[in-house]
Design a protein around this ligand. Structure first.
Ligand code: CA
Length: 234
């Protein structure tokens, strides 16, 4: 049974989430404050975490950072309108997705299922598969990325995005196509792609002066491993 950890202090929302998730046949663990949330994330080993931003005993940022030190389970942030989404999905955090309160149950379930599906797809990747584009090397089995032989650390969603870029190096990838292929559904906004591309670029910039991901204005992005005209594939 797939287990979801709900970390939310607002009682009415928490109760509604627990009720509806159980109705959808998820096992549910519940925490009402930040320290209990971290504790249960470790003890219950959930498949996915719904995490409120403002919590007693700490905030969602701290919980997220803490949980990321021992768990790769997808984390969906429950944010309020006006929360800084760039920060929610920011480099230091490691959240995979967010929904803005008030959200509909169907929207939330779609996000949950898409995030779980992505994890399953990851697990189903053939072993020992290596993708290369110029100096960028993606090891799908070890989920490791290196650029010019320097390893870079990526969050799961960033890894999926880079792997997709490298696999399709040189092709212009529209936001809908990236959403479809990397996120697997149509409920996240275009902004999700942009936020993740920005994070990925920032990490790549640390190890290489090459700007691998070029913005195609109004359309999407293209991954160029050899921007000076050389072959993009390897
Ligand atoms: Ca709260």
């Amino acid at each position: 049974m797939t287990k979801i950890l709900v970390i939310e202090d607002e009682r009415s929302l928490r109760d509604a989430l627990v009720y509806n998730l159980r109705r959808e046949d998820f096992a549910v663990a519940v925490a009402e404050d930040a320290p209990t949330g971290v504790l249960l994330a470790r003890r219950e080993n959930p498949d996915l975490i719904l995490l409120d931003l403002m919590l007693p005993g700490g905030n969602g940022f701290d919980v997220c950072r803490n949980v990321r030190t021992f768990s790769a389970a997808p984390i969906i942030m429950l944010t309020a309108r006006g929360d800084d989404i760039d920060r929610v999905l920011g480099l230091e955090m490691g959240a995979d997705d967010y929904v803005t309160k008030p959200f509909g149950l169907r929207e939330l379930l779609a996000r949950i299922k898409a995030n779980l599906r992505r994890v399953e797809l990851d697990r189903g990747e053939p072993l020992d598969q290596i993708l290369e584009a110029g100096p960028v090397r993606v090891d799908l089995s070890a989920r490791r990325v290196s650029v010019e032989d320097q390893t870079i650390k990526l969050q799961p969603r960033e890894f999926d995005l880079l792997a997709y870029f490298v696999r399709n190096a040189g092709a212009v990838l529209t936001r809908p196509r990236l959403l479809n292929s990397v996120w697997g559904h149509e409920f996240v906004g275009d902004r999700t792609v942009d936020v993740h591309v920005r994070r990925l670029r920032a990490k790549l910039e640390h190890v290489s002066s090459v700007d691998f991901i070029r913005t195609v204005h109004g359309i999407g992005y293209v991954f160029e491993a050899a921007p000076n005209g050389g072959p993009a594939g390897a």
